[in-house]
Each structure stands twice: as C-alpha cells, then as structure tokens.
Design a protein around this ligand. Structure first.
Ligand code: SAH
Length: 345
C-alpha cells in the first residue's frame, strides 16, 4: 500500500484522517503540533501518543524525509547554503540569509526546472520532479532546527518554477502560514515566477497576502524571448496584465526582478523601455547583476554601470534596489550547489 504523506495534510484534513482510523479528533492537534511546531521527523518522537497508536500510524502514513547532506557557511556575511537529500535520493538546495530585520530562507519548489531560462543553472538538467508540500516545509523546518534560529521570512526563489507545481505550492503556503503550525506571516512570504499567466491569475484568487515577484529580465516581448523560453508561450502584455490583476485582487504591490546581463539588457534603451513598463504601476524593481554560471558566458555589468542603470530608473520615480549579493564565497547562484553535486555523481 502506498503510505499517505501525513505532513502535507492541513489541520482540518488531519482531523478527518484521525477520525478515519478511529481516533478522537484532538489527536490531530497533538500530531499537527509534533509535525509543524516541534518539527519532529518520526512517529517515534511523538511521545504523548501510545506505542500502539504510533505503530498504527506508521503502517498507514509516512513523513517524507529531508536530510542535510552539506552545509556551507559564508565567512563574509554568515549566509548558509544547504544541500538536502530527499527520500528517493534527489537533492535540493536552500539558503539561509541573515538580515537586520530577521532570518530569511530561500527554498526550492522542484527538483530541477523545465523553464529553460538562459542564465539559470537550475534548469540545465531539466525537471526531475515536483516537490511535495511537506518537502518544501522540510527545507525550512530543517534549517530552523539545524541553525537553532527562528525564521521569519520565506522566499520561494530557489530551484524550480513554483507556479509549475501549483497545487503543491499553494498547499505549502497554507501549511506554512497556518496559525497551528509555524505561523509565518503571509506578508513575509514572496513567490517568484517566470510568468505562467493562468496560474498567476489563479493565485490572485486564492485570497493570500503573499508578495508576487515576476521575473521580467527583458523590456520587450522580443528581448524577453531571447532569455526566457516561457515568453514564447505568454506575451509580455499578458504577463503584465496578470500582474495588474494580482495587485487588483490582493492589494499587494508587485516586485519585478530584472537580472542585468552585460551588453544584453543593460543599455540605456533597455532602461527607457523598462521605465515605460514600470512607471504606470505600483511596484518595486529588484535588479540582480547576473551571477555568471560556467555553462554560459553571460557577464555581469560593472558595479558602476549597474548603479547608472539604477539611477536612471530612480530619477523617473521608480522604486528600485540592486539585490545585495549574499554568500559570494560559497556556491552562490541559484542551483549551483546542486549542480556541482549532480555532476560529481
Ligand atoms: N522560477 C522562478 C524562481 C527562479 S530563481 C522564477 O523564474 O522567477 C529567482 C530569480 O533569480 C529569478 O528572477 C531568476 O530569473 C533569477 N536568476 C536565476 N539564475 C540567475 C543568475 N545566474 N543570475 C541572476 N539571476 C538569476
């Protein structure tokens, strides 16, 4: 029999499950607390349940494991990069960043990715599989346990396209922000998408207060197409409409992400076109000097040239930041730690 993943059930679903195996529904509260507050990894650790019940649960349910294989700690800024192994042997990476306002964790949403963005290391081997809600939670829970520090902000910006794993992703958000669990504030969660239009609209309808970040990277449909294959499927105008719809439905200001690639999308003309897109919108722009990966020969602009680009946008009244580079002395860019591991296998 295929055992059910107990950690991906919502609190209400868990109550029904417990009734289903002839237990009182208050058991659900105890078990949910073990899984999502005390963060245990096995039924054995649930010491206020009788041995008999634990054995019965073991026969029906499983807790998908997420275990640490490697941890790198930056000497520059204390950023931690983790490589986790899943039950079937696949590996994913996650990052803990320490900011003045609290700890932020960046998680992966898939093993690999099928979106094919040209500058991104995560997509090189294609998509292996989707992560379960419990596995996405597992990345965060393990980091909290290993570091012994409370995590307050979550960004879904690691390997994978979260909106290509829509149902698991939304369930993960509900579990993560449930008051009976870790109870992370929805406003402290940001999800980044390459722009899967129908699912951006669906997400707008979910009544969540999370921030949506759109990976823009090109200021016209044509330019976007050269960097992001997903643009062959959805026109820039449609993607922007979906952003507007998200803002309209949720009241949450959109973040646009723009990876600056030297000589490709960092010219004056690009800045002017970007201003045209962003000026009419209530939004924030995050510039990411591209993190070069060995598989491609993209270069990042000089610090000065990135500053000039930023200043030009700022002068037009656009809210813009250059993303601070974290952990540049450890396998920095998205997906590089996992790639190194996969390549040496
Ligand atoms: N699939 C999601 C999350 C990707 S990672 C998305 O496409 O938004 C988060 C951001 O980092 C995205 O904007 C992505 O395009 C960008 N990114 C990926 N690799 C990068 C690199 N080597 N240098 C700079 N930005 C990169």
């Amino acid at each position: 029999m295929n055992k059910k993943d107990i950690k991906s059930f919502t609190f209400d679903e868990l109550k029904i499950e417990m009734e289903g195996i002839g237990e009182k529904s208050f058991r659900a509260k105890q078990i949910y607390e073990w899984l999502h507050v005390k963060l245990v990894d096995s039924f054995e650790e649930m010491t206020n349940l009788s041995k008999g019940l634990r054995e019965r649960m073991e026969a029906v349910y499983r807790i998908p494991s997420v275990s640490m294989l490697e941890r790198q700690i930056s000497k520059i800024d204390g950023t931690n990069k983790f490589l986790f192994q899943l039950e079937d042997g696949h590996v994913v990476e996650s990052v803990l960043m320490r900011y003045k306002h609290g700890n932020s964790v960046c998680i992966s949403s898939q093993v690999g990715c099928r979106m094919g963005c040209k500058f991104c290391a995560s997509t090189i081997g294609g998509l292996e599989r989707n992560l379960l809600p419990s596995e996405m939670l597992g990345e965060i829970y393990q980091i909290q346990k290993i570091s012994g520090e409370r995590v307050s902000n979550i960004v879904i910006m690691g390997t994978g396209e979260p909106l290509d794993n829509y149902d698991n992703f939304v369930r993960f958000i509900r579990l993560l922000t449930d008051e009976n669990g870790l109870n992370i504030s929805q406003r402290n969660v940001t999800v980044s998408t390459c722009g899967i239009v129908p699912n951006m609209k669906r997400l707008a309808e979910e009544k969540l207060q999370i921030t949506l970040a759109l990976s823009l990277h090109g200021s016209t449909q044509e330019k976007r197409k050269t960097l992001m294959p997903v643009a062959n499927k959805y026109e820039l105008s449609e993607v922007l409409e979906a952003c507007d719809y998200y803002f309209e439905k949720t009241g949450r200001r959109i973040t646009f992400e723009y990876s600056l690639v030297h000589g490709v999308n960092d010219r004056d003309e690009d800045a002017n076109e970007l201003i045209g897109i962003l000026k009419p919108r209530n939004c924030h722009l995050n510039l990411i000097p591209v993190n070069p990966i060995k598989e491609r020969n993209f270069e990042k602009p000089s610090r000065k040239s990135a500053e000039n680009f930023k200043n030009k946008l700022e002068k037009s009244g656009i809210n813009v930041t250059i993303r601070r580079e974290m952990g540049s002395d450890i396998d920095g860019a998205c997906g590089q730690l996992r790639r190194r591991y996969v390549e040496t296998k």
